[in-house]
Design a protein around this ligand. Structure first.
Ligand SMILES: C[S@@+](CC[C@H](N)C(=O)[O-])C[C@H]1O[C@@H](n2cnc3c(N)ncnc32)[C@H](O)[C@@H]1O
Length: 332
């Protein structure tokens, strides 16, 4: 038996010097109740479930299993196991640095991975792991410039996480007052540090707010916002959260205000890119119930219940969308 480190996984190899497997059987042996020799006269025992169980365990861990064999000489069984770092890298590229403590908690809660993991992002201030991904940054900044041309106003971000994006977003609009919020106040330390280090003046103290719990919204009573952002929430949150988010938005957004929701989504039940499908498959493979891409239609349905309409869907360079919602004009 041997093991070899690959870029994002470890490849294990188990070799025997047995009878070998005919080439037309090397794939079917991973099916349930499959034996190379299924006749009553065979001498070896077993139910034919072993490799099927192995395959399902390996797949649950984001890996692959297969075999190579030479008749009369023996077989080599291979399987890969995704490294924890691969999951980290995968998520940190897609959603920014912000979620590490949240995802760690979700993963721990569902006991999906070992708890002692290396830090998600060793360079938290690096532009290359910026919020929303490097490839979308210019498109997003351009979009903000166009939609918020006055270069001023009050902006709130729901589920801001540790707010890597303020590095890029807030300083860009010199007169914007930017208020991060999140359910989890632990993630705010990064915002405080960043705000201090970059001497950013326009970031308000982050507020703890749970989009599912209306009683936590009262901290914002009396405030009005020109724009509200929600970035990369839905791939790690249940769709049920959309209702609270829209109700909260409807209470806080000016009549002329805009709600921006950014992230990867499904469109009418379909993936629009193979990469989103792959991303979703990986998220789902970790079996954390909150994880997985949501459908734009379900978010829009929640928005409409609270008087908000989808005004625009902007497709981003790296398989993400920005959805822009605003109040539907009153009829009559
Ligand atoms: C994937 S992160 C996105 C963070 C940040 N916007 C970004 O793009 O990097 C999702 C965030 O949603 C927050 N969150 C999850 N459930 C929430 C809830 N019910 N109310 C408010 N925030 C929530 C988590 O704490 C986490 O910081």
């Amino acid at each position: 038996m041997s093991a070899k480190a690959l870029a994002d996984s470890v490849l294990f190899q188990v070799q025997d010097t047995g009878r070998g497997i005919p080439s037309d059987k090397v794939e079917t042996i991973f099916g349930r109740f499959q034996q190379v020799d299924a006749s009553d006269s065979r001498q070896k025992g077993g139910t034919g479930l072993g490799l099927a169980i192995c395959r399902s365990i390996v797949q649950e861990h984001g890996g692959r299993i297969w075999a190579q064999s030479v008749l009369g000489k023996g077989s080599i069984f291979y399987f890969t196991c995704q490294t924890v770092e691969a999951l980290h890298r995968f998520i940190s590229i897609e959603v920014g640095k912000t979620t590490q403590s949240v995802q760690k908690k979700q993963i721990q809660k569902h006991q999906m991975l070992p708890l002692n993991r290396p830090p998600l992002d060793p360079y938290p201030l690096s532009p290359y792991v910026a919020w929303a991904g490097k490839r979308n940054r210019d498109t997003l900044l351009e979009m903000f410039k166009q939609r918020l041309p006055k270069n001023e106003g009050h902006v709130l971000e729901f589920a801001s996480g540790s707010g890597m994006h303020i590095n890029y977003f807030a300083p860009h609009f010199q007169h914007l007052s930017f208020q991060p919020s999140d359910i989890n106040s632990e993630v705010f330390e990064n915002i405080r540090q960043l705000t201090q280090e970059t001497e950013t003046k326009n970031v308000q103290p982050p507020i703890q707010l749970d989009l599912k719990e209306p009683q936590t919204w009262s901290v914002l009573n009396g405030k009005e916002f020109d724009a509200i952002f929600c970035i990369n929430l839905f791939q790690v949150a249940p769709i049920a959260i959309a209702d609270g988010m829209m109700e909260c938005t409807a209470n806080l957004l000016k009549n002329s205000g805009l709600l921006f929701i950014y992230g990867p989504f499904k469109v009418d039940g379909r993936y629009i890119t193979p990469s989103n499908e792959e991303f979703d498959r990986t998220l789902l493979s970790y079996k954390v119930p909150e994880w997985g891409l949501k459908d734009i239609a379900d978010i829009t349905f929640a928005a409409q219940k609270h008087g908000l309409d989808l005004k625009e869907r902007i497709d981003m360079p790296s398989n993400n969308f920005t959805l822009i919602y605003s109040f539907a004009p009153e009829v009559g």
